[in-house]
Design a protein around this ligand. Structure first.
Ligand code: FE2
Length: 306
C-alpha cells in the first residue's frame, strides 16, 4: 500500500519518515509554488516566442525546437531567481533551514506524439533516481508548469517499491556521466545514444498511478520510487520542473536500498536552504564511499550468468 497525502500539514521529520517509507505527498499550488510556476511559464513563452509553449511543437521544425531548448534549459537552471523561488517553496512547507539542501531546478519537456523523445526531451523509461548516484534519502519535487492530464503526466509504478529490478546502475558513475553524457545530450537529435542507468528486465508498467495536480502544485516522492514519463498521447507538450532535496541528518539513511549500485555521488549539487552553502568536501567524499549495499545485486547476478 502506498499512502498519498494531500495538502498535509505534517512537520518536516514526519513527512521525511513517511517519504522514506514510500509515501507520496501532493500539494495544491501555494503562492510560492505559483511564483516559480509563473516564472518558468514566462521563461518558456519568451524563449519560444509564443503565448502557448505547449503547442508550439506543431509549428516549429524539430531542429528549431531543439535549438530553443538548448538555450532555454541551461539559462533556466542557472538563473539566480530560481534558487530564491525554490527556497521560498521549501520554507513555506517547513523544511528545516539548516539541514535541508536542494539542487537547481530542471525544466523537462515531453513532446506529444513522436515529435521528439530523445536528448533534451528524453522520455524517461521506468527508473529509480537512486540508480543515478543519489543518496537513498533524496526526495524529488515535481511541478507541472502548464496543465497536465492522464495522457501526458508522470507515472508511478508502486508495485516496485519493494520489488528489486535487475538493472544496469552498476555501470553508472555520476562523475563520469557529467563529463560525457550531459555534453552529448545537446547533440542527440532524435536518437539517444547515451548510456542510461536502466532496467534489464521487462517492467510491468500496469498498474500505474498518475497523480494530477494544478500548475504550481507539487508531487513529492522518494528518489527510490520507480517512475516514468507517460507516452504523451495528448496534443500538447508536457512542461514540468523538478528539483531534489536531501536532509543532512539522513544522508546515509533514507529509503531502503533494494537494487541501486551506481557509484560516485550527486552530493556536490545540493545547497543549504538557509545560506546556499554546499556540503563540505569531507561529507561529499564520505557519501561516495558509504553508499549502502543493495539487497539485490544485478552485477553479481550478471557476473554469475557468464
Ligand atoms: Fe526521475
Amino acid at each position: 500500500m502506498t499512502p498519498i497525502f494531500f495538502d498535509s500539514n505534517h512537520d518536516d521529520n514526519t513527512r521525511l519518515k513517511n517519504l522514506y517509507s514510500g509515501a507520496i505527498y501532493v500539494f495544491s499550488p501555494t503562492p510560492s509554488g505559483i511564483a516559480l510556476q509563473d516564472f518558468a511559464a514566462e521563461f518558456c513563452k519568451d524563449y519560444f516566442q509564443t503565448q502557448s509553449p505547449t503547442t508550439v511543437q506543431h509549428e516549429l521544425p524539430v531542429s528549431e525546437f531543439i535549438e530553443t531548448l538548448k538555450r532555454l534549459k541551461p539559462e533556466f537552471i542557472h538563473h539566480p531567481s530560481c534558487k530564491k523561488l525554490i527556497a521560498d517553496i521549501l520554507s513555506d512547507l517547513n523544511c528545516d533551514q539548516k539541514t535541508t539542501y536542494f539542487d537547481v531546478p530542471r525544466i523537462r519537456t515531453a513532446c506529444a506524439g513522436d515529435y521528439l523523445s530523445s536528448g533534451l526531451a528524453y522520455a524517461f523509461k521506468p527508473h529509480r533516481d537512486t540508480w543515478y548516484s543519489t543518496p537513498m534519502s533524496q526526495i524529488n519535487w515535481w511541478m507541472p508548469i502548464f496543465p497536465i492530464g492522464p495522457d501526458n503526466g508522470m507515472a508511478f509504478h508502486f508495485d516496485y517499491w519493494d520489488r528489486p529490478i535487475k538493472n544496469s546502475s552498476y555501470q553508472f558513475n555520476y562523475q563520469e556521466w557529467n563529463q560525457t553524457g550531459r555534453k552529448q545530450a545537446h547533440n542527440q537529435g532524435n536518437v539517444d545514444k547515451r548510456v542510461q542507468s536502466e532496467a534489464l528486465e521487462e517492467i510491468k508498467t500496469e498498474p500505474a498511478t498518475t497523480l494530477i495536480c494544478e500548475p504550481g502544485g507539487l508531487i513529492v516522492f522518494s528518489a527510490a520510487h520507480l517512475h516514468s514519463t507517460i507516452p504523451n498521447t495528448s496534443n500538447e507538450t508536457r512542461i514540468s520542473i523538478d528539483f531534489r532535496t536531501v536532509n543532512e541528518s539522513d544522508v546515509l539513511g533514507g529509503a531502503m536500498n533494494l537494487d541501486s549500485e551506481s557509484t560516485g555521488t550527486t552530493m556536490m549539487d545540493y545547497m543549504r536552504l538557509c545560506d546556499l552553502e554546499h556540503f563540505p568536501a569531507g561529507e561529499i567524499e564520505s557519501h561516495a564511499n558509504s553508499i549502502p549495499q543493495p539487497q539485490f545485486s544485478s552485477a553479481k547476478i550478471l557476473n554469475s550468468d557468464q
